[in-house]
Design a protein around this ligand. Structure first.
Ligand SMILES: Nc1ncnc2c1ncn2[C@@H]1O[C@H](COP(=O)(O)OP(=O)(O)O)[C@@H](O)[C@H]1O
Ligand SMILES: [Mg+2]
Length: 350
């Protein structure tokens, strides 16, 4: 089994109610994303440990030559129906060596209907980032997408599968809306009121929350992958090339060439699409809270990491008559950790 590659140690805000060294609060947080799986755990000194693993794998022929090569490269693998399977981050490195694409267990935020091997692979990925429960049936909160507004994808099946996988690993699994997790992680000081948006690879997840209660939550099947797919199509380049242009330090407010201009057109459109959807849902749904004070919008997720993201977001926001008074638009400090951290906060507060 592949070992966790990235061990990121970050310290958690130690509020008045945080556990002391001798009093570890059990419970884990888990972000199940199309691009990445992320876990968050409080260790016995009260610090937060975050682990990340790409939600991808690659299968290679189980011959002696390849086996020797993997051993030399120190890459761990499992054998699954006559193939050697490498999961997570090392799958990406191998894909480059073999000049192949990795396989992806999920698509657009949910288990991929096109990937027959998705379930055993995701079980391995979960084992590698969560480890064993520290007590029997330790609680783990995992993120699930809000109801998709632009596809007929079924969240119920997805949710059920992860409940099953996590139970098999010995956990007491509870699901939590991904946008709601962003609120839990980022809006504690605002009394958990405001708008959380998780800007992922496969989808965007939105949650409007009033004092911890989600008033409106939905997902759209447009995210980083959508930007990549469209950019690649209009420029006539490979999708992986488009991804690289986007990830290698683009400044969305200052395009340097035609390629970057294309990325920005889709970024802007994606933000417009997200904001107009929040607006129309908020206006057409019943029982929406009226916020007594202006609230914040917080964006997390890999797609929010591009330089100038908040500026472009603000610019698009200014062109829309938004139904809720907004104080600040900001990006979470650690965009890739926010959802897992929010799930952990939910688990610790049980
Ligand atoms: N520095 C960056 N700038 C822009 N996009 C990025 C950057 N780093 C990662 N991404 C994009 O973020 C997405 C993955 O983010 P993540 O939040 O992990 O997604 P998911 O929730 O779908 O697993 C991918 O589309 C990836 O290309
Ligand atoms: Mg995500």
């Amino acid at each position: 089994m592949a070992k966790e590659k990235k061990d990121v140690e970050v310290s958690i805000d130690k509020g008045a109610d945080s556990g002391s060294a001798s009093n570890v609060t059990l419970g884990k947080g888990l972000d199940i994303g199309t691009a990445n799986f992320v876990s968050a755990v409080q260790d016995n000194t009260g610090d937060l440990t975050v682990k990340m693993q790409r939600n991808a794998f690659i299968d290679v022929n189980a011959d002696d030559f390849t086996r020797n090569m993997l051993t030399k490269l120190n890459v761990q693998y499992v054998v699954l129906s006559d193939k050697m399977i490498v999961i997570g981050d090392p799958a990406f490195e191998l894909a480059n060596i073999f000049n192949r694409e990795t396989r992806r267990p999920m698509r657009d935020g949910l288990i991929s209907p096109k990937e027959a091997d998705a379930l055993p692979i995701m079980k391995l990925l979960l084992e590698s980032i969560l480890g064993d429960p520290r007590v029997p049936r330790e609680t783990v909160y995992f993120s699930v997408p809000g109801e998709p507004i632009d596809s007929d994808m079924n969240v119920i099946y997805h949710k059920g599968i992860f409940h099953g996988l996590l139970s098999k690993l010995g956990y007491n699994a509870k699901d939590m809306l991904e946008g709601h997790a962003v609120i839990f992680s980022e809006l504690a000081e605002e009394d958990f009121s405001g708008i959380g948006i998780s800007c992922g690879g496969g989808m965007f997840n939105v949650c409007v929350s009033y004092k911890t209660i989600p008033a409106l939550a939905f997902s759209t099947s447009r995210g980083g992958d959508w930007i990549d797919g469209n950019t690649a199509a209009v420029l006539g380049i490979k999708i992986s090339k488009a991804t690289a242009i986007k990830e290698k330090g683009i400044d969305l407010t200052n395009p340097k060439n035609r390629e970057e201009e294309a990325v920005i057109i889709y970024y802007r459109n994606l933000i417009e699409y997200t904001l107009t959807n929040i607006k129309s849902r908020f206006e057409s749904s019943e029982g929406m809270p009226s916020f007594p004070e202006a609230v914040d919008i917080v964006c997390s997720g890999g797609t929010a990491m591009a330089g100038g993201f908040v500026e472009i977001f603000q610019d698009v926001f200014d062109s829309i008559k938004f139904p809720i008074a907004i104080k600040n638009i900001r990006r979470s400090e650690e965009p890739l950790h926010a959802v897992a951290k929010g799930c952990l906060v939910a688990a610790l507060s049980e």
